[in-house]
Write a protein that binds this ligand. Structure first.
Ligand SMILES: *[C@@H]1O[C@H](CO)[C@@H](O)[C@H](O)[C@H]1NC(C)=O
Length: 313
């Protein structure tokens, strides 16, 4: 990055609008429009999409605080006695290299915005068993962004004790202070909600959410700088999908009406075509691919502005 200077005025212009909107086919087969916005000043990434049932899913990464926040805003189902919506927030530790940096993200452009994206790698399902409730008024101890993102989840923002310990360790924060921003639910032998019949009984709810496509790594190409020296530069991304199954306490089963065995089965259907289109974010950019690998970068400058799978340097 240090060694290549290139950026036509055309390119500079598009940097200001650091947003990518992609079409992603989720595991259930539905196609969603997913937006990914990075803010390099804050060093954050905000990924968001709305499912066909109206559920809004947000993944927010705060790199500096090594925190990522998952938020689900679920529309009420009137026939099940719910109007309005239900919000859950899960504040977890962000493990470095799970997502490309906000800087790399801000330089990502696609050539064909209409294409449906397939991830190269399926990272499977991670189970996240939360055991703490976050007090939103103290949540800035984790990240300054929890409060605004999770303001609709006053009684339903969760985290894990094990994450607090790791955060305290990696960031040199005070564990007891982090813990003071949370509370532990009373009683620890709860049944899973799908084993509970009474709608008023407390139980452990499960909610699974999948991010069908996100940039999880960088690819490097070799090229020559203006003096003819061979240099390696970031030229593309590796993409992944990942699901998370959150387990969390609810004070009554009524708050967990989706956690039924039947629902879980349909959610878990594996995707067969995840390797399709593996190396290209775009389908028809072989020419560009060649020029990136062999070529003098300046020559590709005008292509880069609307290329797929390309990081500007
Ligand atoms: C990025 O974050 C800064 C600092 O919070 C803010 O002032 C700016 O408006 C944000 N930029 C965008 C594009 O959201």
């Amino acid at each position: 990055m240090c060694c290549l200077v290139l950026v036509s005025s055309l390119l500079t212009q598009s940097i200001a609008n650091a947003q990518l909107t992609v079409n992603v086919k989720n595991k259930g087969g539905e196609v969603v429009r997913q937006s990914i916005i990075s803010n390099t000043t804050q060093d954050t990434i905000h990924l968001e999409f709305t499912k066909t049932d109206g559920t809004l899913i947000t993944q927010f990464v705060d790199f500096a605080n090594e925190i990522q926040i998952f938020r689900a805003i679920i529309q009420g189902e009137e026939e099940r006695g719910f109007t309005g919506h239900q919000v859950m927030c899960f504040v977890t530790r962000f493990i470095r290299h799970e997502f490309i940096s906000s800087d790399a993200m801000s330089k990502l452009r696609q050539k064909n915005p209409g294409a449906i994206r397939h991830p190269e790698e399926d990272k499977g399902v991670e189970t996240v068993q939360t055991d703490l409730l976050v007090d939103l008024n103290e949540a800035s101890l984790f990240s300054p962004y929890v409060l605004s993102l999770c303001s609709g989840a006053k009684e339903s923002t969760y985290t894990r004790d094990s994450d607090l310990k790791l955060l305290a360790h990696t960031l040199g924060k005070d564990y007891t202070q982090l813990l003071s921003a949370t509370s532990r639910r009373s009683g620890n032998t709860l049944q899973r909600c799908n084993d509970v019949a009474e709608i008023w009984r407390p139980c452990l709810c499960h909610y699974q959410t999948c991010i069908g496509w996100f940039p999880c790594g960088l690819k490097y190409c070799k090229g020559k700088d203006s003096t003819g020296k061979v240099v390696s530069y970031r030229c593309g991304i590796k993409t992944c999908s990942k699901c998370r199954e959150f387990e969390y306490y609810v004070s009554r089963k009524q708050l967990c009406l989706w956690d039924e065995p039947v629902w879980g089965v349909t959610q878990a259907a594996p995707q067969q075509d995840s390797m399709h289109d593996a190396n290209n974010m775009d389908d028809n950019n072989n020419d560009d691919e060649d020029s990136k690998v062999n070529g003098v970068v300046e020559e590709t400058a005008d292509k880069i502005s609307d290329d797929a799978n390309i990081l500007k340097k």
